[in-house]
Design a protein around this ligand. Structure first.
Ligand code: DAK
Length: 258
């Protein structure tokens, strides 16, 4: 189903969101980000969706902000309108898991969006980069921060300072992507992973996302306390009772997401 510049499919308990602006290699215009935000809002409130897959085309996941749209902006334009921040924050604020399925270019804001997702599955042809330095600006949607946390200082500096692209194999070695799959199987593999996650208890999956996310926001001791509180709270879930009962009865659990 087409939703503006985004295509949306519901497959089982997974929502597959495809950026659909092929003529500009999915350059992230304000309109595209708005359409993406609207679909994410819809997924968040739909109890029949437990996990999302975000993908682009075979040639490009997304090549970054729309340079034609932003080229003439002044500092005051960007500052006063808080330059498209709101739309972009929807991706990182999502409470349900999002898998980025990256084929082709994931550059600038495209790489930053992939990093806002919970993990990245890349196809063999994927290329990641923060080429903002080549057009006279710096990464502005988390590229210097999330990339450094993900691949370490040396490689983040290398990528951001030179603007070079990193292929899927290097990205996997560096820890930016969790797995690399053949080009022809990207959607199928990402969907399989999404369906697996979606088969578990939704509140448990959301708590895991929240707890792992906290690791990047706080000290180890505070993070461990946060994890412990959430862990204790799982014992109040029907799904914890069912999951453990099913294990002991040697059968598959039937989760009620409660
Ligand atoms: N914006 C607009 N159009 C783009 C584009 C982009 N980023 N990238 C490509 N296109 C368009 C091209 O202009 C071309 O359009 P036509 O000329 O046909 O009309 C079409 O897509 C095909 O591109 P090419 O002809 O260039 O295709 P090639 O295969 O030869 O090259 C390429 C592919 C990806 C290597 C090349 O297109 C390229 O280098 N593109 C620019 C990549 C880039 O520099 N990206 C970084 C942009 S800056 C923020 C949020 C976001 C951001 C910052 C802050 N906040 C929330 C505060 C992000 C900033 C950025 O991403």
């Amino acid at each position: 189903m087409s939703r503006g510049l985004v295509f949306f499919e519901k497959i089982g308990l997974a929502g597959v969101i495809t950026l659909n602006r092929p003529e500009a290699l999915n350059a992230l215009s304000e309109r595209l980000i708005q359409d993406l935000g609207n679909v994410l809002d819809m997924c968040e409130i739909d109890p029949e969706i437990h996990c999302m897959v975000l993908m682009g085309s075979e040639k490009a996941f997304a090549v970054g902000a729309d340079i034609k749209e932003i080229q003439s902006k002044t500092y005051m334009d960007a500052y006063l309108e808080d330059f498209i921040t709101k739309g972009w924050e929807k991706i990182s604020a999502c409470r349900k898991p999002i898998i980025a399925a990256v084929s082709g270019y994931a550059l600038g804001g495209g790489c930053e969006i992939a990093m806002m997702c919970d993990f990245i599955i890349a196809s063999e042809s994927a290329k990641f980069g923060q080429p903002e330095v080549t057009i006279g600006t710096i990464p502005g949607a988390g590229g210097t921060q999330r990339l450094a946390r993900s691949v370490g200082k040396s490689k983040a500096m290398d990528l951001c300072l030179t603007g070079r692209l990193m292929d899927a194999q290097e990205a996997e070695r560096a820890g930016l992507v969790s797995r690399v799959v053949p080009d022809t199987q990207l959607k199928e593999e990402a969907l399989k992973v999404a369906q697996k996650i979606a088969s578990y208890s939704l509140p448990i999956v959301m708590m895991i996302k929240e707890a792992v996310g906290r690791a990047f926001e706080t000290s180890l001791s505070e993070g461990l306390k946060f994890e412990r509180r959430l862990f204790h709270s799982t014992f109040d879930l029907e799904d914890q009772k069912e999951g453990m009962k099913a294990f002991l009865e040697k059968r598959s659990p039937v989760f009620k997401n409660r």
